[in-house]
Design a protein around this ligand. Structure first.
Ligand code: HSE
Length: 409
């Protein structure tokens, strides 16, 4: 029998407990040994559950129990999760986490520590909820040089944008609905300002390109400025707006990494990823594009990935699963690389005719969608280096407002 402890009994933690305890026979048939949840750490009380007797409030009970071989960290946040995870690894316990904030900030360090102690530090649930994506990148695509990872990595923002697109709901009402349904993080800023997707880009990029990428190295923009007018205007170009996280390898060996609202053509497979679903497209030099799709958030889906990692740890007591990357460096990420791109531009002015004339002179021959009633003109530029496009856009001085978004075709 292998003893396991769960730290945190929130949405994901309760899902993990329910699977490990409620489906103990199924789990044992995979591990070939019973997996016993010995402790659940939470400061709150949970009376009336079939496993209420397992709750403890003191982390040291887990740490000092040599019989606990695997610890699940599903508390979220950096503190005390980092301290607890580190102490567990140093006590020769494998650690499984769904905590993307922890992995994005401290992944390289905890992986190295786990190597030193010959235990595992696994975190499949930290990206894409229930979607198997990290293990496939590390194992199934191991023969490839990965050149890009691009995806819809946050279910809450995807749900909000989808409600705006399909139901004409404004941003605030769609956010309130997402919170009501329990998709949004405790603090919705992590979702809507792009930080949650940013952390997932860090993890995907580190695993794909071999070096830690820190959240502050990712150029991050959320969806708080996206309006119903933007959504409607994107539709005129056969596009939907999605929050796209992306990391690409540059020819000089460095990478770019970003999270930003992006116009996605309806011809692109990512445009059809709706609601809380996530999709991650990985480009390997041998496979071409490979796409991973499924529920990116939610109790059962995320718990499924956590429990799969627990099973892996139990099956590999005393052996290591390959899932690692090196420390990061300040020059590894270069978001100033001037890549060729097409930008979407929407300008609004009370001097509509003047605006049209100016845009025609800066972008001659460009095809525009005009809305005289709103004083609005929108277009998608030809492909040019981004600095060239930005310089041209800065010459639009007749506009009261100019919105610029990246595109994905
Ligand atoms: N808040 C996250 C999301 C949860 O909406 O995708 C899963 O990481």
């Amino acid at each position: 029998m292998i003893n396991v402890a769960i730290m945190g009994h929130g949405v994901v933690g309760s899902g993990v407990a329910e699977i490990l305890i409620g489906h103990a026979d199924r789990i044992a048939s995979k591990t070939k040994t019973p997996v016993n949840v010995k402790y659940i750490l939470d400061l709150r009380d949970f009376p009336g559950l079939s496993y209420s007797d397992k709750f403890i409030k003191d982390f040291n009970t887990i740490l000092n129990d040599g019989d606990v071989k695997v610890v699940v960290e599903v508390m979220g946040g950096i503190n005390p999760a980092y301290d607890f995870a580190k102490k567990c690894i140093c006590a020769d316990k494998s650690v499984v986490t769904s905590n993307k904030e922890l992995v994005a900030a401290k992944g390289a360090e905890l992986i190295k520590l786990a190597e030193e102690h010959n235990v595992n530090f696994l975190f499949e649930a930290s990206v894409g909820g229930g979607i198997p994506v990290l293990r496939p990148i590390a194992q199934c695509l191991a023969a490839n040089e990965i050149t890009a990872v691009t995806g819809i990595l946050n279910g809450t923002t995807n749900y909000i944008l989808n409600k705006m697109i399909v139901d004409n709901m404004d941003f605030s009402s769609a956010l309130a609905l997402a919170q009501e349904k329990g998709f949004a993080e405790r603090n919705p800023a992590a979702d809507i300002e792009g930080h949650d997707a940013c952390r997932k880009v860090c993890i995907l990029a580190a695993l794909s390109f071999g070096k830690h990428v820190y959240p502050e190295q990712v150029s991050t923009e959320g969806i708080t400025d996206i309006t119903l007018d933007d959504v409607e205007s994107a539709d005129n170009f056969g596009c939907v707006i999605k929050l796209i996280g992306s990391a690409r390898k540059l020819s000089n060996g460095r990478i770019t990494a970003s999270v930003r609202p992006t116009l996605v053509s309806r011809d692109c497979i990512l445009s059809g990823v709706n609601g809380v679903f996530n999709a991650i497209m990985v480009h390997g030099d041998q496979t071409g594009d490979v796409m991973f799709y499924g529920k990116g958030a939610g109790k059962e889906a995320t718990a499924s990935a956590v429990v799969a990692d627990v099973i892996d740890c139990v099956k590999h007591i005393g052996a290591r699963k390959y899932l690692s990357w090196e420390d990061g460096s300040a020059d590894f990420v270069d978001n100033t690389a001037d890549l060729a791109t097409k930008l979407y531009v929407r300008a609004v002015s009370s001097d509509f005719e003047g605006l049209v004339k100016q845009i025609k002179s800066i972008f001659p021959g460009i095809s525009c969608v005009k809305n005289k009633f709103r004083g609005e003109i929108a277009f998608i530029t030809d492909e040019e280096p981004e600095s060239v496009l930005r310089s041209k856009i800065s010459k639009i001085q007749n506009a009261d407002s100019v919105k610029v978004l990246h595109t994905l075709f």
